[in-house]
Every structure is written in C-alpha cells, then in structure tokens.
Design a protein around this ligand. Sequence first.
Ligand code: ADP
Ligand code: MN
Ligand code: MN
Ligand code: MN
Length: 371
Amino acid sequence: MASMSLSSCLSKSVRQHYMSLPQGEKCQVTYIWIDGTGEGLRNKTRTLDSEPKTIEDIPEWNFDGSSTYQAEGSNSDMYLIPVCMFRDPFTLDPNKLVLCEVLKYNRLPAETNHRISCNKVMEEVKEHSIWFGMEQEYTLLGVDGHPFNWPANGYPAPQGPYYCGVGALNAFGRDIVECHYKACLYAGIKIYGTNAEVMPSQWEFQVGPCEGIEMGDHLWVARFLLYRVCEDFGVVATLDPKPVTGNWNGAGCHTNVSTYKMREEGGLPYIEEAIDRLSKRHDKHIRVYDPREGQDNMRRLTGQHETSNINDFSAGVANRGASIRIPRQVGQEKKGYFEDRRPAANCDPYCVTKMIATTCLLDLEDEKENQ
Ligand code: ADP
Ligand code: MN
Ligand code: MN
Ligand code: MN
C-alpha cells in the first residue's frame, strides 16, 4: 500500500455526498493547458453562469506563468485561449473540460504552444483530408516511482505473457485502463481502443482517426484524463519512452497516417510516395519526435524490442522493426494508411502531426535548395 497516494485513500462515500449536491444553473469549466516543460498539463476551474453551448461561449482567462516554467515573475500573466470543449467525466454534466492554447503577455504563442504552427500547416493541407491515429503507450508506477505491482526487490517474470494478457499474474492495473476508456467516451474523445502492452504495467490506448489539428487536441485531453484517473487511484502514469532499462519494452506513440488519396482505390502509390519523402527527412523528424530533440527516444529506438535504430530509416509491410510499417491488410488491399513507429510516448502530437503533414504534403523549400 505504501506505493499508493494518501489522497486516493480519502473517504469516497463522504466525497459522494458532496458530489451529488445540485449545482443550479451554474457550470464548472476546467481550463487545461500544456506547461513550460512541453509535457506537463495544468488545469484550473471557474464558474460560468450557464452551460456553454460552443467554444465561443467560454471566455479567455489567464494564469501565473512564473509557476509553470512559462514566464518571469515580473511579467508573469499568460493568456488561456479556449480551443476545444469536452464533457467533464469527473463532475459530470453540465460541467466542461476545455483545452486551451497559451499566449504570452504580448499575445505571441508561448514556447511550448505548438498548436498554432501545427494548425497553420493543417489548414494548408486541408484539401488532402489528412487523418491521424495515435497509439499512446504508457507505464503505471506507484507514487514511489517503482513500476506498479512489480516486486519491491527484483523483477516480474520475463516478457511474454503480458501483451493483451488476462489474469492477475499478467495484467497489472486494469481498473485504470477501463475507467480511463469510459471517461474518454463520456468526454467525447475519439478513443479507438486499448490493450495491455508487452511489458507488465504497460498499456496503450489509441485515439483516432482524427482529421488535422483534432489529433493533437484529442490526444492531449486523453492524456489529461489518464493522469486524472490515475490520481483518483493513487498511482502515476508516465510517458517516459524507456521507463525500465534492460530487456523490457519501451513506450512509443505510433502515428498512423492517411490522406484522401491513400484511402481511395489504388492508394498504395501515394503511401509509397509519402514514405519516400519521409526517408529524406529522417533526422528532422527524430528531432521533434520527443521533447528533447531525440535524447529521450535514443534510449528507446535501439533496434531491439520491436523498434528501429534511431540512426536508420527503414520501411516495410508488417515489419515492426522498421521506422515505417505498412499494415499487412493495407499491402493486400493496396490502399489505406501507414504507421510511423518512431515517435516517443512523450512526444507532442502537434509537433509530430505537423512534421508528417509538412514532409508528406507540402513543397519544401529546403528540399528545393538541395536540388
Ligand atoms: P497496431 O496494430 O499498430 O497496434 P492499433 O490497432 O493499436 O495498431 O492502432 C491503429 C490506429 O490506426 C488507431 O489509432 C486508428 O485510429 C488508426 N487508423 C485506422 N485507420 C486509419 C486511417 N485510415 N488513417 C489514419 N489512421 C488510421
Ligand atoms: Mn497498437
Ligand atoms: Mn503498442
Ligand atoms: Mn502500432
């Protein structure tokens, strides 16, 4: 029990009494934003007089950026610009969760606000109707930082029975997974599915297909819901791409991609063209596939444990050791989508989807210069 938080042990029946009190016409709106680390999420809540019907009904707000690694104390007010609204699965209807962009005091985007530039690219490529689906892998830890349900000393049995496993010896922490799934559905997240991963206490959920900017919006809020559900249970979800060194799988955020033409009959050549373009910009992609320009992913992309080597680009049908995998069914039907297996679990989906859309669909100045 020592590895679970004290907060999670507070009386749930006392909580239930207060949570069931009527709240009248008022509406609680929780503003969510990405902090200065580019990985952490913050939130705070305010009361609106009535339920907002659209995102336009939610006012701008502000926060103290000097407490989120986003501003100096002397000029610390940052703006919160609501961009995407969801139902609140914790305090229930009519309350809302709202994802926000962060602007600095001068109304320029904060350093970790990659949504603005991502959205610009997505507008430019709109005619292609680009869809994404991201597979978010994560690892459950106790509040002591030790993998959840692992023996205090030593290791669980080697990898083998855990992927999509069932039973108390194989599946660690399924309550979290099931509650998070329901919370996503209630909120309105386009959650696609979930499964237990290869390493014990490691799980995955997928979000998609989402068109354009929606991918980043939904994945960030799905991550918020995951952290919040874990908080209720007194455990921690980490997106570290290699939480345990040695013979244990790392955690990625495979990104599946298609355009209108790829999805149509005879789409395979368009998939191949995209892969050819990706092959020429491998380094550029690696630099934005984790928050530390490849330093985090270096620990994961070793060429072992179903990964490619960080220094090499490769592609293949049904090949889980390649940078890019074409699913077998897509190879057979000669249309569909491809999977970029390189992004780390802690990537910013705005950076990843922006880079993929740019490389695959835009005429690139730097490529022209090279000719
Ligand atoms: P894997 O076999 O790699 O584990 P998953 O089943 O975990 O694949 O995830 C598949 C992902 O592909 C989902 O996120 C889904 O939304 C996405 N996806 C499915 N069809 C498309 C498509 N046409 N374009 C883009 N993404 C897609
Ligand atoms: Mn998967
Ligand atoms: Mn997986
Ligand atoms: Mn995958």
